[in-house]
Design a protein around this ligand. Structure first.
Ligand SMILES: N[C@@H](CCC(=O)N[C@@H](CS)C(=O)NCC(=O)O)C(=O)O
Length: 401
């Protein structure tokens, strides 16, 4: 384990423990000798313990204090139960009030999202597939250095690409300020997605599933005829959602935010048991409920598209990569290639958001390189899943094209 600590001593010769060959190994210098000579950490280290590794008691002290600080920060980031399992707090503004369902186009609604967030991503996909862009403008926030959502300015929508920009509804600097504008104020979590009523200055809903159900069912002027939750499939969709939410959508967070080995073991086992079951189901079924894309697919997709990009590495979902699951990988490409879906997937923003924001999981703040199999080009390769549809083609999606 000491090989990484040795980077402090690059350019010197030093013994490498951990089963490396005996003797002294010459490491290639990455910094110039003048910069390493002036590096204060290196200078202090050399004064205190010469060119060897830090002494054992120091290592133990640092390890103890880092571990205490880590547990403290994780408790703020991810509330957990006494066994160390992550328990996600529910949104403060659930189900969309009836008045919006009755006359959706009479209200001036605005959607707040962040591109790394899988829950917000659901709302962008359904908004796009239902052609609701003219009815529901969007403001894209970016994670600030403390992890809260901020509006960086600029234009926000670049030739159809969704990129972080200003608050186009209220001109605020942070999402917390927008929540704070509602009558009665707000001191809870300022989360995305959030649907805002511009005239009433009120949060309509900040629970992603309730928002996508609303986008799907409300009769907005000009919306596409696509129904992602047909009445005859409602029960099946609910059953899939139950499995997918706790084991997969929230399951990856339960792995990444686990605060004990036991909690992680349970979460990772449930995640991969569910993924194995889904892999098998999708070997004979084009989508979760047969030939028809539903809200359950949208919810599964936003986790799968992030899997090899972030969850596999950062959240320790390491048993398999999505790439090793041919049906799940083909299914992800199939949905990615539905017209308008790829435009909602900002792969760079997803990587930046997770690796740069979740400081306790990535304290060095180094963002790994994007896996080539996750790039747009690979996701656009043929998936050959049309043959699983009984009618050969996907009629439902063609309705909205
Ligand atoms: N239950 C919510 C969860 C939303 C959520 O947790 N969003 C995260 C981003 S992925 C967030 O905004 N976190 C900011 C915070 O907790 O302060 C939903 O499904 O809409």
């Amino acid at each position: 384990m000491w090989t990484s600590a040795s980077s402090l001593f690059l350019g010197t010769t030093l013994p490498l423990p951990c089963g490396r060959p005996k003797g002294r190994v010459l490491l290639r210098p990455r910094m110039s000798s003048s910069s390493s000579a002036t590096d204060p950490l290196t200078t202090v280290g050399r004064l205190l313990w010469g060119r060897s590794l830090p002494p054992g008691p120091l290592v133990c002290a640092v390890r103890f204090s880092w571990s205490a600080a880590w547990h403290f920060m994780m408790r703020q980031l991810a509330p957990s139960d006494p066994a160390g399992s992550y328990s996600r707090p529910s949104g403060a503004f659930r189900s969309v009030p009836d008045r919006y369902l009755r006359n959706p186009s009479t209200a001036r609604l605005h959607l707040y999202v962040g591109l790394p967030c899988p829950w917000a991503h659901r709302t962008l996909i359904v908004r796009a597939l239902r052609n609701l862009e003219p009815q529901i403008p969007v403001s894209v926030a970016a994670p600030g250095s403390d992890g809260s959502w901020e509006f960086p300015g600029g234009r926000g929508i670049d030739g159809g690409d969704l990129i972080p920009g200003p608050d186009r509804a209220n001109g605020r600097r942070t999402l917390r300020e927008v929540y704070g504008m509602r009558r009665g104020g707000y001191d809870g979590r300022a989360t995305v997605p959030m649907l805002w009523d511009v005239e009433r200055r009120e949060v309509v809903c900040n629970e992603s599933y309730d928002i996508i159900e609303f986008f799907n069912s409300a009769a907005f002027d000009g919306s596409s005829g696509l129904d992602l939750s047909p009445p005859e499939l409602k029960r099946e969709i609910e059953e899939w959602n139950r499995v997918i939410y706790s084991n997969v959508n929230n399951g990856v967070y339960r792995c990444g935010f686990a605060q004990s080995q036991e909690a992680y073991d349970v979460a990772v086992n449930e995640l991969f048991t569910a993924l194995d079951m889904l892999e098998s189901h999708l070997s004979t079924s084009r989508y979760l409920c047969g030939d028809v894309l539903t809200l359950a697919d949208v919810c599964l997709f936003t986790t799968l598209i992030r899997f090899d990009l972030v969850y596999n590495v950062l959240f320790k979902c390491t048993k398999k990569k999505l790439l090793e699951c041919p049906n799940l990988h083909g299914y992800t490409r199939d949905i990615y290639q539905i017209p308008k879906v790829a435009e909602t997937c900002n792969l760079e923003a997803i990587m930046d958001g997770y690796y740069h924001t979740l400081f306790p999981l990535n304290p060095g703040n180094i963002r790994p390189v994007m896996p080539s199999v996750c790039e747009n080009q690979s996701l656009s390769e043929p998936h050959n899943r049309e043959s699983l549809s009984s009618n050969g083609k996907h009629r439902q999606i063609h309705v909205s094209e």
